[in-house]
Ligand binder design. Sequence first.
Ligand code: DNO
Length: 352
Amino acid sequence: MKMSFRWYGNDDPVTLRNISQIPGMRSIVSAVYDVKPGQVWPEESLERMKKQCEENGLVFDVVESIPVSEDIKLGKDNRDELIDVYCENIRRCAKYGVKCVTYNFMPVFDWTRTQLDKEAADGSTSLVMYWDQMRGLDPLVDDIDLPGWDASYTKEEIKELFKAYAEIGEDGLWENLEYFLKKVIPVAEECDVRMAIHPDDPPYPIFGLPRIITCEENLDRFLKIVDSPANSLCLCTGSLGCAASNDVVKMVRKYSAMDRIAFMHIRNIKIMEDGSFEERAHLSECGSLDVYEIVKALVDTGFDGYVRPDHGRMIWGEQGRPGYGLFDRALGATYINGLFEACEKARMTDKI
Ligand code: DNO
């Protein structure tokens, strides 16, 4: 496996130097942040990113994300032009050494939480989604300011988007995803890039918007649309794991054995009785997921893709981007590295 770390570019309080000091760190996961979604990424930005990473002994070979415009997800008339831009961005990333591109197909907004700084008994803070904070919120009435929520929409625009998604529903979203994949995956194949779809986070409808990358049945359906390693998963344990019905270990084992996981996001969550969840430290004993079994499933199936320690808590007084501080993610990386080493050595011994 290739250990990686997400970096938000030069505005990130976490520096490449910091990241390079984490033992076993290899790759940088980043994106071009200086242009709007739907625009072509300047080659200079990619070139600069590659160079900066190399100067710090790191490889820039994973992109997260090239965002998919709402008009593509909604199947609007202008989607072909937007998909052309998308493909051009894949080509440009490949030119600068990128091997894996992460994206999601979630309507309107990305991950959803109700609080970013919930304090635990030990004074650390983390992201949570509590149903009692969620209920009662109505995006058509309230000014929603949730993480992952694009605050740049006006209320009118939000209304239009909700209406449009209600009209197409899940079936329409699947059709539009299929249309997108059939255009984009051949380009990724040509460029030797693996596209990695991120599951919906959390993996169930929010505010009535359709969500489809949610469970084993739907992941099977997704992978069959274009049966190619270039059409793969970014298997995010914390996103899929928020639905108790998802058997994350089973999913990891199955899709890794099929060589359809390009990227692993590893983190732990604790599912509460009412289905709410809290992000926790990476260790198995801290949450609902068995991280040892997840890593073992990867090792048993010969996984050689990218791994990153996903969201960390804020600890030791660190201030920064919620979920993306240095300290707890570095602890996560070290823990995950330890699990890999142990599982790999045990496997070698078994073989002898
Ligand atoms: C959250 C991330 C997601 C992810 C996108 C991929 O921290 O895992 O925002 O980057 O969904 O497009």
